[in-house]
Design a binder for this molecule. Sequence first.
Ligand code: APR
Length: 311
Amino acid sequence: MSRPKISLIGGGQIGGNLALLAAQKELGDIVIFDIPKVEGMVKGKALDLMQLRPHDGYDANITGTSDWNDVKDSDVFIITAGIPRKPGMDREDLLEINLGIMKDVAANIKKQAPQSFVIVISNPLDAMVYAFYKVSGFPKNQVVGMAGALDSARFRTFIAMETGLSVQDVTCMVLGGHGDTMVPITRLATVGGVPVTDLISAERLAEIEHRTRFAGGEIVKLFGNGSAFYAPAQSAIEMAESYLRDKKRVIPCASLCTGEFGIDGYFIGVPTVIGTGGVEKILEFQLTDDEQVELNNTLEVVKKTVKETGL
Ligand code: APR
């Protein structure tokens, strides 16, 4: 049986780290695709990564290309193609340029690998994953957006930093759109099963929620010329691994809702089961009235951006 084939569309900051992490987890053979202008860069990254493997003995073949034929019959795609934010920009400011790129990418993936599982990372995320879905015509279980996994990891990080306890034992989820209106479900956050509301004051928790909502922007400001890449890459790799190894992990992902949480026809962050069937299930649960109001609010923001795609 041959190894799975994972194609990374966009070989920039996130793309390079996706390749590294996928190789280290031995998820399969990896193709890094980018535009002809930077073909040398992705070929170079691929060679560099090939030469990293002997120390720990990762068996993965890594190549760089700008030829769509090379991604033929891939099992998984992870899309980061597009431009990242600069200081002062919202994710929505990327829409026009990244939408054009996403349309091109979706048409090519449909042609090369219509059975594949596709994880979208490009921003504005909720609109980009919608655009991929519409243009490709893929079934809804084959398309998912990476956002909640990252936003939840950020929330977990800040809770661990606040309590001084192991990040491994912090469980929580952030739902909704991948923007400042995202919804941290603090009520259900725990450290080793103990509710965070018993460990951290309400005032500090509100500050942590705020930092989580703006965590991407905090990094954009520090970098000065791009956005986060290590944690976004790791978050998407967790999703790819759950698919390839049928782990059935429950990860907050931008999945197409068809009535769940009162949302219909939009991709938005909800607890999602990922396994061999792709997006196998959305785990719906009872929100409080306040949480539902916040979710409806974030949905309106997503709807507005999706409308601007004209799709
Ligand atoms: N096909 C393939 N790759 C493309 C295309 C295209 N049509 N257009 C641009 N790219 C490539 C760029 O050449 C670049 O190498 O996408 C890559 C993006 O990499 P970076 O600029 O380093 O951006 P990165 O930090 O990886 O973020 C990518 O993810 O989180 C989001 O907001 C972020 O939309 C951005 C995306």
